[in-house]
Design a protein around this ligand. Structure first.
Ligand SMILES: *Cc1c(COP(=O)(O)O)cnc(C)c1O
Length: 459
């Protein structure tokens, strides 16, 4: 008999989580104004809000925490991290920052100016925010398949080279500071970008003399998918694939809270010493001195270790298989999800789950609240609430995709937890015809309203 797959780690420390009753949850969600962000973590049994900074550090990372060097300048922890970044990504220069959006803030302060265009695959919201804040425009060039949850495509994060070339051809070079490739593409559902596509984008960048930025939050998960799905890379090591991915880029921004398995941290890495000098000015202004940026010495040590653990094949296999397992169990119960499942989350298609539901009553948010009531599971709405109102008409926008994202923290939950989540959603699916009314807004912020919105039942 073939041996079954099992996790590539064992547990040394545990954290208690509390089950609650449906009656308790009914009170808590009303007190939270039907906004899952307002819940206290103790009111949640299984928390799938995000995979950002929610991973479990290893014994070796904790050991690194104990030996952190907190010197203001020239700390040994900075050099540990510098060596790890150079070894794994090939970039010789780097700046530590407190998290991914800080990397964007510092780098874009050098590169992005009013009226610029930044083409790429579906930009992450903070990336887009930092572009639009500078009165520049993020141009989405993702392949069309990314927006149909029922189409099986191995690399739904890919850029459409024709869409990209049109932007490059129709605009002057000095209006395009860089192209951005997000790997994996968070916004299209944690979907990977193929090596072939990275190569194509890089050669278009070269042809038009535009630099290439990799938004690298989930670079290791992307490398795993390349190894699985791109025949040329079967059997190649993750480290080799990662090196090749970065060899096509001029610089990278990293939210270390994702694939580097730390609770806070990030960095910018680049090849060009002149860019490094320019970015250092903003780093010192916004983040801290260049040898710590927004991080403590202990955090830099944990990050240096986490970068290596994140590219370990056994770890990645454990990680991605767990996400696939949840996707498979949900499919067994008939729950409609985006296929194929991405690297860090399963996206439940709320429009197919509740087909006759009035969208103006927030389909995905209603489903996310139902899931919380059913089992104390916290997912997150990626739909009309998150899409905000149209800035001109102030009408609600109803985006193509209306989803509940179930995001899996790294090395935190077991497959029994995944089974629990699948059964909870399966139960709701069985009684989906009884869910007819949703929610209405009582209070909302003018922008990024999903974080603080207050809702009540629409009945
Ligand atoms: C999380 C993330 C960011 C921003 O990083 P933070 O650490 O949350 O500031 C940028 N890009 C992508 C693709 C991300 O997933």
């Amino acid at each position: 008999m073939e041996l079954p797959f099992a996790e590539s780690y064992k547990i040394k420390m545990v954290e208690h989580i509390r089950r609650s009753t449906r009656e308790e949850r009914e009170v808590w969600i009303r007190d939270a104004r039907f906004n899952l962000f307002n819940l206290r973590s103790g009111q949640v049994f299984i928390d799938l809000l995000t995979d950002s900074g929610t991973g479990a550090m290893s014994d070796k990372q904790w050991a690194g925490m104990m030996t952190g060097d907190e010197s203001y300048a020239g700390a040994s922890s900075y050099y540990h991290l510098k060596d790890a970044i150079r070894d794994i990504t090939g970039f010789g220069y780097f700046l530590p920052v407190h998290q991914g959006r800080a990397a964007e803030n510092v780098l874009f302060s050098v590169l992005v100016k009013e009226g610029d265009l930044v083409p790429g695959n579906a930009h992450f919201d903070t990336t887009k925010g930092h572009i639009e804040f500078r009165k520049a425009v993020a141009v989405d060039c993702t392949i069309g398949e990314a927006y149909d949850t029922t189409v099986e495509h191995p690399f739904k994060g890919n850029v459409d080279p024709e869409k990209l070339e049109k932007v490059l051809k129709d605009n002057p070079k000095d209006k395009i500071p860089f192209i951005v490739l997000t790997v994996t593409c968070n916004t299209s559902g944690g979907q990977p970008v193929s090596m072939e596509n990275i190569r194509t984008v890089s050669s278009l960048a070269g042809k038009y003399g535009i630099p290439l930025l990799i938004d690298a939050a989930r670079f290791a998960e992307n490398a795993y998918f390349i190894r699985q799905r791109e025949p040329e890379y079967a059997g190649r090591s993750i480290r080799e694939i990662v090196s090749e991915m970065f060899s096509y880029a001029d610089f990278m921004t990293m939210s270390s809270k994702k694939d580097a398995i730390v609770n806070i941290g990030g960095f910018i890495a680049m090849r060009d010493p002149e860019l490094f000098r320019q970015a250092s000015v903003y780093n010192i202004m916004f983040e801290g001195y260049i040898t710590y940026g927004g991080m403590s010495g202990r955090d830099m040590n944990a990050l240096a270790v986490g970068l290596y653990e994140g590219v370990d094949l056994d770890y990645l296999e454990t990680r991605i298989r767990q996400v696939e397992y949840l996707g498979r169990r949900l499919t067994d119960f008939g729950v409609p999800i985006q296929v194929p499942v991405g690297g860090h989350a399963v996206f439940v298609d709320a429009k197919r789950f509740l087909p006759d539901f009035p969208r103006e009553e927030f389909t995905a948010q209603t489903l996310a609240v139902e899931l919380y009531l059913e089992g104390g599971v916290r997912g997150v709405e990626i739909g009309a609430l998150m899409a905000d109102r149209d800035p001109v008409t102030r009408l609600n926008r109803f985006p193509e995709l209306e989803m509940v994202r179930l995001t899996i923290p790294r090395r935190v939950y077991s497959n029994n937890h995944m089974e629990y989540v699948a059964v909870a959603l399966g139960n709701i699916y069985d009684r989906r015809h009884t869910i007819r009314r949703g929610l209405k807004i009582v209070h909302e912020a003018p922008i990024l309203r999903h974080f603080t919105v207050e809702l009540e039942p629409a009945v």
